[in-house]
Design a protein around this ligand. Structure first.
Ligand SMILES: [Zn+2]
Length: 329
């Protein structure tokens, strides 16, 4: 079990790709190899994907699509409108408080990428700050009162995939290194085949990002939350800096649990939660993490990989490289 399982590797991979692979457009530098997420945990059996066709409805800009204009200027001056579409929120808005613009919202509207968003993607300052994807999403959201940093990681990922398709189409060709033979493979992925994984559990109260779980061994009652994209990033950075300082990977599990658990037996005391996580039986920790992974809303990024060199086949988490948002690199 790796902390990079699931969709949280998506944005992290992109940020790394941005930092490593993108230069200002003018310099036309050669592409650098995409940074790949760690090798995925093999799954026992292959399964045939059954997409829920959410992203199939997302199209690259087409004339005649239902649309509203960004500032009416495009329409008035040039006679075309920037297409607007909606993507389902995997969280169904269930975790956002009543004052949040997405409280109870089934979907969120965004507008297709334009040259202005390409400028954002090329901004070295934003890439360095690691906020390039946040800025991109912010620009494309129709409702400007939505704080992008408040979005659950999975909702954010759904927006990212939809916005990418709106800008560069559904074809994505990441590079993946075969874990069996080490051969470099160029994959050909149809992003429209990815499916949204909707929330399948109810929060303890409407509009509250808190979910109940009873630990099987210690019989304690905990509440956990699903992390926002921002919180995911903090966890990842935390782990990276620990790795850099030569600390073993043993902290990965507790770091994630500490960020996810919001209360133990009704107490939200941080010190108590930290001590509790330290004493938690391994099976409790495993069961809780399995439960969180199973129910976390988001985009199912699992794709089938077949090595052209050695016929190795496995389901893997879609690798995130520069060509996701920087197709020309
Ligand atoms: Zn191979």
């Amino acid at each position: 079990m790796s902390p990079d399982d699931g969709t949280e590797g998506l944005e992290e991979g992109l940020n790394a790709a941005a930092a490593a692979g993108t230069e200002p457009a003018a310099t036309k530098s050669p592409p650098s190899p995409p940074k790949l997420p760690p090798a995925p945990v093999p799954t026992p059996q292959s399964k045939t994907r059954k997409g829920n066709e959410v992203f199939k409805q997302t199209q690259a800009p087409q004339p005649g699509m239902e649309s509203v204009s960004r500032d009416a200027a495009a329409k008035q001056e040039f006679g075309f409108e920037i297409p607007v579409d909606a993507v389902p929120l995997p969280s169904k808005g269930l975790v956002y408080p009543p004052e949040h613009p997405l409280h109870g919202a089934q979907q969120v509207e965004y507008r297709a990428m334009t040259a202005k968003e390409e400028d954002i993607l090329m901004s070295e300052a934003l890439i360095k700050r690691g906020t390039v994807i946040t800025e991109l999403i912010k620009n494309c959201l129709i409702d400007k009162t939505i704080n992008v940093n408040s979005l659950l990681s999975g909702d954010r990922n759904a927006l990212m995939v939809a916005i990418r398709i709106s800008g560069y189409g559904r074809e994505y060709k990441p590079t993946f290194v075969c874990p069996e033979c080490g051969g470099k493979n160029e994959m050909d992925v149809d992003l429209a085949d990815l499916s949204v994984k909707p929330m399948t559990v109810e929060p303890v109260a409407p509009g509250l990002n808190a979910f109940a779980f009873d630990l099987p061994v210690s019989k304690q009652h905990v509440e956990f939350k699903f992390l926002t994209g921002n919180e995911e990033e903090v966890v990842m950075k935390n782990m990276e800096s620990k790795k850099k300082r030569g600390m073993a990977n043993t902290n990965l599990v507790t770091t994630r649990l500490l960020s996810s658990i919001v209360s133990v037996n009704g107490s939200d005391n941080q010190g108590l939660i930290a001590r509790f996580v330290g004493f938690m039986p391994a099976r409790d920790s495993l069961e809780l993490r399995k439960y969180i992974d199973k129910h976390e809303p988001g985009v199912d990024m699992e794709v089938e990989f077949t090595c052209t060199g050695c016929d190795y086949i496995d389901n893997i988490q879609l690798p995130m490289g520069p060509s996701f948002f920087w197709p020309s690199t």
